[in-house]
Design a protein around this ligand. Structure first.
Ligand SMILES: N[C@@H](CCC(=O)N[C@@H](CS)C(=O)NCC(=O)O)C(=O)O
Length: 258
């Protein structure tokens, strides 16, 4: 089996796919796209992924898109040595329900602080016409970009996104309490843990890990996922925004200052 992953090092969705490939010990080639330069909008990439988003998996010439679908696919075609889907249909249904919740809530919400805090200076430097053309060329994210504009999401939108993330961490806490932990579904890590992972790593990268400081079960979950052998190869240098953006590094430091 040969795998090629079209992805971007700091992309949260790409990190899910890299984690599962690494956990399974599957060798893969990476094609790294520069999302701010618009590599994902080139016709040759749109032919693979019409949404113009990463990641895209090429498995022996078969194209699979969408990070949640990709990680489920990988767990089906390479169930050993590490398996991420419970055998019991009820537990499996619970995992899938959590994955839907994660895609709808934190995976979408995390884009608001990410764009407002990390990428805005880049867009603010564009002319209005340039920005509009860039936004209009995005098949999936056109409205998101136009709502953000060159001045960023308004405070109310930012607060709503942060609140959705807070509710996600509370839901994680409740799930871990119910299952007995250390993972969302109990003693075994599942695709739901992989799906939510980037929504915590990104917030920590922005200096906002205090959001789950009152939730010790989530704190232990976060330590456990960072200690997983697949974590370090997934978050290789350049995968964090603070490694790429000096202005963000400064801001994250200030966030953590007492
Ligand atoms: N549901 C898709 C969403 C993919 C997605 O939004 N990817 C982001 C990076 S995490 C992207 O490629 N953005 C490109 C853009 O905004 O133009 C998935 O999970 O694969």
């Amino acid at each position: 089996m040969t795998f090629t992953l079209y992805n971007a090092p700091p992309s949260t969705c790409s990190q899910r796919a890299r984690f599962v490939l690494n956990a399974k010990g599957l060798p893969f080639d990476e094609v790294k796209l520069d999302l701010l330069a618009g590599d994902q909008l080139k016709p040759e990439y749109l032919a693979l992924n019409p949404g113009g988003v990463v990641p895209t998996l090429d498995h022996d010439g078969q194209i699979v898109i969408d990070s949640s679908v990709i990680i489920e696919y990988l767990d089906e075609v390479a169930p050993e040595p590490a398996h991420f889907t419970p055998a019991d249909p009820v537990a499996r249904a619970r995992m899938r329900a959590l994955m839907r919740f994660i895609d709808e809530m934190p995976a979408a919400a995390v884009r608001v602080p990410t764009f407002n805090l990390a990428f805005l200076p880049r867009f603010a430097a564009m002319s209005e016409d340039e920005f509009r053309a860039f936004a209009e060329s995005k098949p999936l994210r056109k409205e998101f970009m136009l709502t953000m504009g060159r001045t960023g999401f308004p405070e109310a939108e930012m607060n709503a996104a942060l609140d959705r993330l807070r509710r996600t961490y509370a839901r994680m806490d409740a799930e871990i309490e119910r299952s007995g932990g250390p993972w969302l579904l109990g003693k075994d890590i599942s695709l739901a843990d992989v799906a939510v992972m980037p929504a915590l790593v990104r917030m920590a990268d922005l200096g906002l890990e205090a959001m789950w400081s009152g939730l010790p079960r989530v704190g232990r979950w976060y330590d456990a996922i960072r200690a997983h052998p697949a974590f370090a190869p997934t978050y290789y240098p350049g995968s964090l925004l603070t490694e790429r953006l000096p202005h963000l590094r400064e801001r994250a430091k200030q966030q953590r200052a007492p």
